[in-house]
Write a protein that binds this ligand. Sequence first.
Ligand SMILES: [Zn+2]
Ligand SMILES: [Zn+2]
Length: 355
Amino acid sequence: MTASERALTYFPAPRSQRYCSQCGNLLARRIPDDDNRERDLCDHCGAIHYQNPRMVLGTIPVWEKQVLLCRRAIEPRHGYWTLPAGFMELGETTSQGAARETQEEAGARIEMGPLFAVLDIPHVDQVHIFYLARLTDPEFEPGPESLEARLFDEDEIPWDDLAFRSVSTALKLFFSDRARGVFQIHSDTLLRGPEPVPAVSPPFLADPMLGLLTTLTIAAHEIPQELGDFIVLVNAGFTRRKALLFNVLSSMMAIVGGLVGYYLLAGSRQWVPYVLTLAASSFIYIAVADLMPQMQRRTTVRESLPQFVLIVAGVLAIFAVNSVFHRHAHGLAARQAAPAVTAADPGAAPPPSAP
Ligand SMILES: [Zn+2]
Ligand SMILES: [Zn+2]
């Protein structure tokens, strides 16, 4: 999996869509008559595209005193342990969906038990529902979405390597109920946990692909620039070691700024468009006030022609990269149809995604 695929997989499903899935025309976002919140409306065919939370269904499969867990073979949270669970399919009941996921991910034969936990995860627009289940035999075969499946005693549960907070919550409730000898139906709400930190923050918050492109563009600009700074420092009498140190120190400020920006903006996403506008206008300012006057000094055709060719090549490169990545993103969305449980983990949790 490439970095760009990873970035996409880790991100939540969009809360709005651009084009009408009925007629293909551009959608408008506004409050319909007799409604109280914004929807994606098609002014061409009249369709209203409602977005509603997704249901994730799973089981806590038990064999004697042990619980069955699967190690994920898919992103997000590849390699981490989970209870068998996945997105509800059309036309099935919650109990059927939970049984199906257990069959698909663990290859286990089970007897379904009663409803056990309903976990609301509003910041990713998901509801996770777990049923109790009993394995009818200790034979199971992990499906393609699992690296392995095995039974755990309570004191063997890999708490630090669980894929999702909903899984650890369901397991804790299960073991505490079992210790008391009474299984109840639980409902709980999991609030937003910490998220990982991509390199260039506001574009990443807007769209991982925009973030990746911005990072590549900045790298292409910064690496020659930093080399230039290094040479300036050496010419000014710095030793190479000292010049490198100062160069690294000043560059590190970009990481500090990125982290601060990401965490400040993650809590208040309504500011992202304004910060993006500010960032974009800063780039335009640098181009107009700094780079273009430098170009004006080269007045002969011999000097300015290569420059013009390079600028055109740069514009074409952006165009090419953009169209390649765009198609790439759609291919990934199609492959991602595989079910995945998603809710931020208490530790270094990725922002969850939905296929
Ligand atoms: Zn339409
Ligand atoms: Zn698209």
